[in-house]
Design a protein around this ligand. Sequence first.
Ligand code: HEC
Length: 469
Amino acid sequence: MDHAELDHRVVIRFFVCLCAVALLALPINQVRAAPTNDKSDHAITFAKDIAPIFQAKCQDCHRPGTVAPMSLLTYQDARPWAKSIRERVIKHQMPPWHIDRTQGVQHFLNDRSLSDAEVETIVRWVDDGAPLGNPKDLPAPRTWPAEEQWQLAEKFGAPDFVIKSPTFSIAAESDDQWWDPVSTVPVTEARWVRAVEIRPATVAGRRVTHHAIARLWQNDEDSEDRGPRGFSDGSGLLMEWAIGKQYDIFRANTGKLLLPGAEIQWDIHLHANGQPVQDHVELAVYLYPKDSPPKYRTRLMMFRGTQGRFGGIDIPPNSMADVEATTTLAEPARLESFQPHMHLRGKAMSMEAILPDGTVRMISNVDHFDFNWMNNYIYSDEDAPVLPRGTQIRIHAWHDNTTANRNNPDPTVHVGYGRRTTDEMAHAWVNVTYLSDKDYAEWAAQHPQKEKQKEIEKAPSMGSIVAKK
Ligand code: HEC
């Protein structure tokens, strides 16, 4: 493997173009009418109807001390943004959640999208003049753990250990910076991780951090890929921080394995924010007790082409292009999550399962990918797809190198694979848990419907993807 190629593997960077706010949107007629219910006979007010929605779906990001452009805590905060809010929720741009709601798995552990009824309520509120209503109807304000507290502390107690990155600093004005120092993981024997939490240490640091990824390197036998110190990346990412995403709890009885000598390679993307900032990123690790390890190991896999590492990405000027890659599951497996990774020309990505008998099942389709948001879609316990040995996972990615793509910096150039934002990538990060044949057989016996779910869903075509603007 040559060095440049190694570099590509080692540091998978999520780039952002701060000036380009993606305005990819669904046509307005896709907002389905909300079911009529008792709400239709009273005026929609902020106090009664809107505040609860904002608390549940917006305030994690829209409050003081985050990078979101405005707070949505109070009526006074929200009122000036009413028109913009209407626009963003109708187009399913806010909250950021870009999955096709008509195909594939629809239940997620981290779903932050609005229901059709919630969209309809917000639209009616704005159309009626965005009234406050009776302040007595306001719900009690939400509270968040103090900045210095770990969010998972309530559930798991103090973390077993906290790994800190070296200190970074960024000037008030500067180009974007990428930073990838290495820290040691303090374990002296194999230990299982049940949850991780990650954050820049201060609010000021959070404001300049676009993302912070903790990549795990360790001596894992079953991977031929080697990192900077000869370690393998079969263990993959431990955790990524991005606004609105701070922790990961692994599914019951599954975990990530840490081996002695493991290292964390940070991948931190900073953007200047008008004031000089010095900070570090910290990662809290919560372990399973030594005497009760989980039964299954989850690994983050990168589904990509087998014919050359990123073979096939070739996007002519002023056009759309697509690329497909298939990976065969060596064992029965449960897919835990789906995170498409593309750059500025990214438009859509689907993940299908081709079952051993040849039938095709759509698992997920991100049909309005937005480069500004690297969403990870985590399947619910009941709906995480469980697939037999020999299933092929097909990733299909679409790139839009036309002027219709508002993120596109230059439609006149030919674009190929590369790590700069202006080059492209097309792979999916998926947490995969391999199961034994016995466990698969048990699962299939308990879920006869799901095992037999063989209907061939209509795969998205270039035509249907182009139609989504
Ligand atoms: C995961 C974090 C997150 C969540 C959840 C979220 N937002 Fe946002 N929102 C942002 C960020 C960051 C921006 C600025 C970047 C962008 O526009 O994508 C933004 C931008 C916006 C804007 C555009 C402001 C402007 O400049 O015109 C509106 C309106 C908005 N959000 C409303 C909402 C509403 C309403 C909700 C809940 C229903 C919500 N957002 C949920 C993070 C979030």
